[in-house]
Design a binder for this molecule. Structure first.
Ligand code: SF4
Ligand code: ZN
Length: 259
C-alpha cells in the first residue's frame, strides 16, 4: 500500500480507529526510507462533540511528534454542520460524509500528500457493503474497497480494513489507551447504526461473516470491472474536483445549502 518516498495524510479524528492507525504507522515508519506522516483532522462543527476529540487529537500528535493540520467545514463552505442542518438533521451523515471527503482531500493535497490513509476497520467495511446493498447503490458498492485510480484522485488506503473493531480496541488497551470519547449527536439518524446492530449480532452467531462480506465485495468488484456502469471520471465544472457528472457532489450540495 505504501511506497518509498510517500507522504501519508492520515485522516485523524482522534477516535479509536484513527488513533490505532496513527500509532501503527508511527511505529513501522522508521523502518522505511523517506516516508513522512501528516495527521489531518476535519472539524465538521458539531457542538458538544468535535471540540473534545480535536483536543485529544492535538495532544496525541504533539506527543508523537507528528505534524497536525485541522480543516473546518466553516472555513471551507462558510457554515458548520450544525448550521447546515438547522432545517433538518435527518441527512446529517450523508452531508457530513460528502463535505468531510472534500475537506480531507484538499487538506491532503495542500500538505503535499501522495496518499490518504483512513482508519476504516472490518466492521466499517462490512457495514458499508450492506448499506450500499440496502440503498441499491451498485456503483458505490463495487467502488468502496479501494480508491478510484488515476486522474487527480489521491490514492486512498485502508490499512485496518480487515481488522475487527474489537481487536483494535484491544490493541489500544495494550498500548495504554483507554479513550473515553463522546458520541456524535447525529448518530441516531444514521442508517449505519441500524446496520451495525444487525451485523454485530450476525457475527456473534456466524463467526467470520463480516470477512466473508468483504471477500464477496472483492469478487463482485473483480467480476464487474469491465462493466461500464460506473461512468467516466471527469473534472467538476466549478471546482475541478474529480467526479462522474458535470458537477461534483460537494458543489451540488453547496448550491442547495446556499440556495
Ligand atoms: Fe458526521 Fe454522521 Fe459521523 Fe456524526 S455520525 S460525525 S454526522 S458521519
Ligand atoms: Zn465541485
Amino acid at each position: 500500500m505504501i511506497a518509498d518516498g510517500d507522504r501519508i495524510a492520515v485522516a485523524f479524528s482522534g477516535g479509536k480507529d484513527s488513533t490505532a492507525l496513527l500509532l501503527i504507522l508511527r511505529e513501522i515508519i522508521p523502518a522505511w526510507n523517506n516516508i513522512r506522516l501528516v495527521a489531518i483532522t476535519v472539524d465538521e462543527g458539531i457542538s458538544g462533540y468535535r471540540e473534545e476529540t480535536i483536543k485529544i487529537a492535538d495532544r496525541l500528535t504533539k506527543d508523537l511528534g507528528i505534524e497536525h493540520r485541522i480543516v473546518s467545514f466553516s472555513r471551507m463552505v462558510g457554515k458548520d454542520l450544525d448550521g447546515i442542518l438547522r432545517e433538518g438533521p435527518e441527512r446529517a451523515c450523508s452531508i457530513c460524509g460528502i463535505l468531510r471527503r472534500k475537506a480531507l482531500s484538499s487538506a491532503a493535497r495542500d500538505a503535499g500528500a501522495t496518499l490518504v490513509a483512513t482508519g476504516h476497520n472490518l466492521d466499517d467495511e462490512a457495514q458499508a457493503v450492506l448499506m450500499n446493498v440496502l440503498r441499491g447503490d451498485l456503483p458505490r458498492l463495487v467502488r468502496s474497497s479501494g480508491s478510484p485510480s488515476g486522474g487527480c484522485f489521491l490514492p486512498r488506503i485502508k490499512p485496518l480494513m480487515e481488522i475487527p473493531e474489537k481487536e483494535i480496541a484491544v490493541y489500544l488497551m495494550v498500548k495504554g489507551f483507554f479513550p473515553d470519547l463522546p458520541e456524535c449527536p447525529y448518530t441516531r439518524y444514521a442508517l449505519r447504526a441500524e446496520v451495525r446492530t444487525i451485523l454485530s449480532a450476525w457475527e456473534i452467531r456466524h463467526q467470520g461473516a463480516m470477512l466473508k462480506i468483504l471477500r464477496g465485495r472483492e469478487k463482485l468488484e473483480k467480476a464487474l470491472k469491465s462493466v461500464p456502469f460506473q461512468g467516466k471520471i471527469q473534472q467538476c465544472k466549478e471546482c475541478g474536483e474529480p467526479c462522474s457528472g458535470t458537477l461534483c457532489q460537494t458543489c451540488l450540495l453547496l448550491r442547495k445549502i446556499n440556495g
